[in-house]
Write a protein that binds this ligand. Structure first.
Ligand code: KG4
Ligand code: ZN
Length: 356
């Protein structure tokens, strides 16, 4: 009985990541190169720069992964690689590199959907059966889906504009939290969470968006603009220049965090009720998985816990290092697909990826 081993490769955004995972969910080895520092300097990701950095690092990252795993490429059952969604230029580097290996070592290739990988990660760490509900919230993702099988997803809701982490990052930037002595090294979302603890969430009221929308979609740009306006107003009132820290910054952080939590909780509540009514989820003990960088926010998590309790669901979050982009989730998705016999390509000759 051959023991399945999959190499996973992820280059969809700004992390070059790889891992080897076995059938039992053991991580044999992993390696990652993050481009965050470079992109912070340019105030965002410049795709050709990301592509160049992926090219410079991918070989080393894969070699480090294999040597940490103490295996050679010949031992692999398959190679799994993110092919979408993401930045085309970044995705191309991982795909070209993988196809080379696949051709050279005659291995099966498993194309991976990045969101499917995020959603299935919980099955690596917990015994979770299908179906379950997943809420993915990060700087780039915002979606709510019913996971019915390895590649059987029902999309229930998504952000109509930006992701919640992106909104929190923008508000943090507008509040100049990078200059705050306690928050200078934190991501925008983490800085908001930190400051909110010192603030009073009742001091300002920011209404949740889409209160009358009869669906499970999300929206965060309205929230961002209302907060911008509030900040501008307080700057005038406090006689503070833009770029300096407001004395009401903590209260504003608390209000925006509260409204974000309410919005996420309400839409998730709707989705659970909908699924139960349509008998898509069991009436009790259904599982709600929350993942992505924003899921590390404890205030938001508590709001979702209340929703879970009220609807007799169990809330599960993967550990933080598996919530954000990584190679392990790609390799694990490869294992899941191998076991289900889904989407495994045995002949990739002729498949070429030529990034522009
Ligand atoms: O999953 P992730 O590392 O990367 C992607 O966006 O793909 O998520 C990063 C996002 C950032 O927007 C960051 O501000 C947010 O997650 N974040 C948080 C917290 N920690 C990170 N948002 C709210 N509260 C936090 N504690
Ligand atoms: Zn991601």
């Amino acid at each position: 009985f051959p023991h399945k081993l999959v190499l996973g490769i992820e280059t969809s955004c700004d992390d070059t990541a790889a891992a080897v995972v076995d059938e039992a969910g053991h991580v044999l080895g992993e390696a990652m190169h993050s481009q965050t520092e470079v992109h912070l300097k340019t105030g965002g990701i410049v795709p050709p720069v990301a592509q160049q950095l992926h090219r410079e690092n991918i070989q080393r990252i894969v070699e480090e992964t294999l040597s940490a795993s103490s295996i050679s490429l010949c031992d692999l059952s398959a190679i799994a690689t993110t092919i979408k969604p993401g930045l085309a230029l970044s995705l191309g580097v991982g795909l070209s590199f993988s196809l080379q290996l696949v051709n050279q070592f005659k291995k099966p290739f498993i194309p991976i959907h990045h969101m499917e990988a995020h959603a299935l990660t919980i099955r690596l760490t917990n015994k979770v059966e299908f179906p379950f509900l997943v809420l993915l919230i990060s700087g780039g993702h915002c979606l709510l889906a019913l996971v019915r099988g390895v590649s059987d997803f029902l999309l229930l809701g998504k952000s109509l504009d930006i992701a919640p982490g992106d909104m929190l990052d923008k508000v943090a930037r507008r509040l100049s939290l990078i200059k705050h002595p306690e928050c200078s090294t934190m991501s925008g979302g983490k800085a908001i969470e930190h400051l909110a603890k010192q603030g009073n969430r009742f001091h300002f009221t920011i209404n949740p968006p889409m209160q009358n929308a009869k669906n499970c979609d999300f929206s965060f740009t309205g929230l961002q603009h209302v907060t911008d306006k509030l900040i501008k107003h307080k700057e005038k009132e406090e006689g503070v220049e833009q770029g300096q820290i407001l004395s009401s910054a903590a209260d504003i952080a608390a209000a925006v965090q509260h409204t974000t939590a309410c919005h996420l909780a309400k839409r998730t509540h709707r989705a659970i009720l909908f699924c139960k009514q349509k008998k898509l989820l069991p009436p009790t003990n259904a599982v709600l998985v929350v993942s992505g960088g924003v899921a590390s926010n404890l205030y938001i998590r508590r709001a979702l816990e209340i929703v879970a309790n009220e609807t007799q669901c169990t809330l599960l979050c993967p550990p933080p290092r598996l919530c954000t982009d990584n190679g392990i989730m790609i390799a694990w998705n490869g294992i899941e697909r191998l076991r289900a016999g889904l989407g495994i390509l045995h002949d990739v000759e002729g498949i070429r990826y030529e990034p522009k």
